[in-house]
Structure formats: structure tokens, C-alpha cells
Design a protein around this ligand. Structure first.
Ligand code: HPA
Ligand code: ZN
Length: 414
């Protein structure tokens, strides 16, 4: 697809032909683009005339400036947030490959991909413009296509941890479904391979890592149980949790309750995607039928005030993902995202990427977005980092040590 280079706030951005001015601003900074929607900012052209952000960018070389009229001061830069120590609890390994690695693996394995440059691939995998969670999930078929060998899984897990460490993520729980690597690999091979990559990266970076395995809602519950049976054997080798992912609507979590029960019985912590592609009843089921200790997303929790009250009282953490929720249409816009409201109502909310490649974000981006688009200030962002540390699937004494370490680091730099 033909790309146009234009300039937003003196910075070059490449957009598709026919893209709007808002798209160009979003390509530079999602938070800034969201301010346009709230009239807290407007755009001018190269000579200072106001332009409508819904207009097409026109020709290559166009110059645009975003004028912010109402931003809370002082702003925290993305660079500063990159230096903050952080923790991430909800990120899919199969949504977080380096594009260059994906191309290299495809060449080695003779897998056909829709693009042959990292930029083209990033665009082809981008979930911007999909219409539902179900359509969003189809992007994972492309990444999974190059992840069907032990060597690929090991490499991808290694690089993933190295990349997170580079943006000061000190603790991460990364998830994927070993079920989606069969028949090429056995469940055992599909668990041991990423554990090897993680172990090597942990030694090199010092970032602490836990692995979460996911049952899949649309696969038979017997497979979730089989996965849980294998996974519990790795409880002291790096597997820290069990999750349920996949299309939510019409695929109830309680069908998979035997897998959750087995995981809990053997001391694995449990989380469950819920309240993302379906309503609060799905969250209720994850908590009551499956014993989930955290909820993946939980975006629609507020539709049931009594359940929200319960989640606050029980201090059940929500693993929230702002950008992913926009992509799957779990929320219509960032400005209507309930993250800030939940934080103010006392929910233990955390910020996460969901998929670094498919969602096109880093954890730093998500914190910056919460700052610029939702207006979270320094103290609130610090609270969110500490919420993530306090919600880690770690033994109590290690969790306390993690919180203390990150808190003292934040006191020095934030
Ligand atoms: N929801 C459910 N399953 C998933 C997701 C998600 O956002 N991402 C990858 N698998
Ligand atoms: Zn997810």
C-alpha cells in the first residue's frame, strides 16, 4: 500500500494514502490524537491555519502542528516514563514478537507472510481497524505460524524479555497457549522451550519473569484440563499461572472449571480473560466458578455496580489494556475508557500491553497514554505501577520485596 510522509510537530510520520490528519497525529502520539477528540487540542497547517482533523492529509510533505490548549501541567515525557521501573502482568508472547525476527523465522521455515519488510509486517499485523475481539484474534494465526518449533519459541521468549528489560520492566508475567503449538510440539516441549529462552534472558537482564499458560475458550474443556495437568508439573520451574483466552462471547469460562480447579489444587495462581468481549456475568463466572484471583481486562465490570463493589472489597486486580480495548472495540474511544473511573473507585487496576506487536505498543506507551489521554498524574501512575507489583503471582515474601524495591526506585526518580 502506498505510504505518504507528512510532518506532525516537526516529526516525520508515514501514513497510508487517504489517511486523515487525525491518523497522522495518532501515528506520532495516540494520546495527542485523543486530545483532538476532546477539543483539548486542535491542528494547524504549516502556515498556522486551523484544519479539520477529519480531513485527509492530502499530499506528501504536508506539515501539521498540534496545539494543545488544555493539558495538565507538568507533563511527564514518554522518555521519563521509559526510565520508570515497571511491571507487566498481561501480555501475550504470540502477540509480541519482533517483526524482524518474525520475517527471519518465516524465511527459515518457508512460511508465507503478507509482507516481507518489518514495516510492512507491522502494518499487516496491526489490529487497528478490526471490528471485534474475534477478528482481532485472527492476527495471531500469522504470528503462530512461525512459532511451531522449539527453537523459535525459545528465541521469541528470550527476545521478548530482553526488549521489556530495555524499557525498565522489572517484573513480567507473559502468557501463551501451549495448545496452539500442537501437533508440531508436545505440550511439554511447548512449555520447556520458552522457559529456556526466559531463563537465559533473566540471567542477562535481571528482569524477573513468570510464565502463564492459557486454555482456549473455543477449544474443548478437556484440552484445558490436559494443559493444566502438564503445567502444574512446571510450578517450580517458572510456570506461575493458568489463564483462559480466546473468543469470550458464547464460550463460557465455567465449561473449563475443571482445569482451573486442578491448577488451584496444585498451587498455580489463576487469572481469566473476562469482561472484554462479553459483559459482567462473564467476570462473575471467572471469579465464582473458576476461582480466578485476577481478571484479564475486566473492562465491562462497571456495568454491574454490585460486582464492582465486590471486586473492590476483595481487592481483585484487573489487568487492563487501554490500546487493545480500542482495537477490539471493548470501548468506543479512549476518552470513555473506564480505567480512571475504576482507579478512583478503589479497584486495583494495572496497565498492560496485551500484544506489543499486534497492538503496536510498549508498556511505556500505555503509561504515557494513561497520562496524556486519561489525565493520570504522577502519584496515580506510581499507584498503578505498585498495583501491578502487589498483584504479581509471586510468593508473599518475594512480592513484598518486589514492591519495596520498585517503590524505593520510584521515590528516587519519579
Ligand atoms: N482476549 C482473549 N484472548 C486473547 C486476547 C484477548 O485480548 N489476546 C490474545 N488472546
Ligand atoms: Zn489478553
Amino acid at each position: 500500500m502506498a505510504r505518504l510522509r507528512v510532518f506532525v510537530n516537526e516529526r516525520p510520520v508515514d501514513v497510508a494514502r487517504g489517511a486523515t490528519v487525525r491518523d497522522a497525529v495518532a501515528a506520532l502520539d495516540h494520546g495527542l490524537a485523543d486530545l483532538l477528540a476532546t477539543a483539548a487540542a486542535y491542528v494547524t497547517d504549516g502556515v498556522g491555519r486551523q484544519v479539520d482533523a477529519r480531513d485527509p492529509v492530502g499530499e506528501a510533505g504536508g506539515v501539521f502542528r498540534v496545539v494543545v490548549t488544555a493539558r495538565r501541567a507538568p507533563a511527564i515525557s514518554k522518555e521519563a516514563l521509559r526510565r520508570w521501573p515497571k511491571a507487566e502482568l498481561h501480555v501475550h508472547l504470540d502477540g509480541s514478537l519482533r517483526p524482524a525476527t518474525m520475517l527471519e523465522l518465516a524465511r527459515e521455515q518457508h512460511v508465507r507472510l503478507p509482507a516481507d519488510t518489518p514495516e510492512g509486517l507491522t502494518l499487516a499485523l496491526s489490529v487497528q481497524g478490526v471490528h471485534s475481539l474475534e477478528e482481532y484474534l485472527t492476527k495471531y494465526q500469522l504470528t503462530l505460524a512461525v512459532m511451531q518449533t522449539a527453537a523459535a519459541l525459545e528465541r521469541i521468549a528470550y527476545e521478548f524479555v530482553v526488549d521489556l528489560a530495555a524499557e525498565q520492566v522489572r517484573y513480567v508475567e507473559v502468557r501463551y497457549s501451549p495448545l496452539l503449538h500442537r501437533p508440531a510440539l508436545t505440550l511439554t516441549q511447548a512449555i520447556e522451550a520458552p522457559l529456556r529462552g526466559i531463563e537465559r534472558a533473566v540471567r542477562e537482564t535481571g528482569t524477573r519473569v513468570g510464565l502463564i499458560v492459557c486454555g482456549i475458550r473455543t477449544l474443548p474443556p478437556a484440552m484445558s484440563l490436559e494443559l493444566a495437568q502438564v503445567a502444574v508439573g512446571y510450578r517450580s520451574a517458572g510456570v506461575v499461572g493458568f489463564d483462559l483466552a480466546g473468543a469470550e462471547h458464547g464460550h463460557p469460562a465455567e465449561d473449563h472449571r475443571a482445569a482451573f480447579a486442578l491448577a488451584v489444587q496444585h498451587g498455580l495462581a489463576c487469572t481469566c480473560h473476562a469482561g472484554e468481549g462479553d459483559g459482567p456475568a462473564s467476570i462473575h463466572q471467572a471469579l465464582q466458578s473458576c476461582g480466578a484471583q485476577r481478571i484479564g481486562h475486566g473492562t465491562r465490570l462497571g456495568e454491574d455496580p454490585a460486582l464492582l463493589e465486590y471486586v473492590v472489597a476483595q481487592r481483585i486486580p484487573l489487568e487492563m489494556c487501554l490500546t487493545s480495548n480500542l482495537h477490539t472495540h471493548a470501548v468506543p474511544s479512549l476518552t470513555t475508557h473506564p480505567f480512571r473511573r475504576y482507579l478512583e473507585q478503589g479497584v486495583v487496576v494495572t496497565l498492560n500491553t496485551d500484544g506489543r506487536l499486534v497492538d503496536g505498543v510498549t508498556l511505556t506507551d500505555e503509561y504515557h497514554l494513561a497520562h496524556t489521554a486519561l489525565g493520570l498524574g504522577k502519584d496515580e501512575l506510581v499507584r498503578v505501577v505498585l498495583n501491578a507489583c502487589e498483584s504479581a503471582f509471586l510468593p508473599e515474601f518475594e512480592r513484598v520485596a518486589l514492591v519495596a524495591r520498585i517503590q524505593s526506585e520510584l521515590e528516587k526518580i519519579a
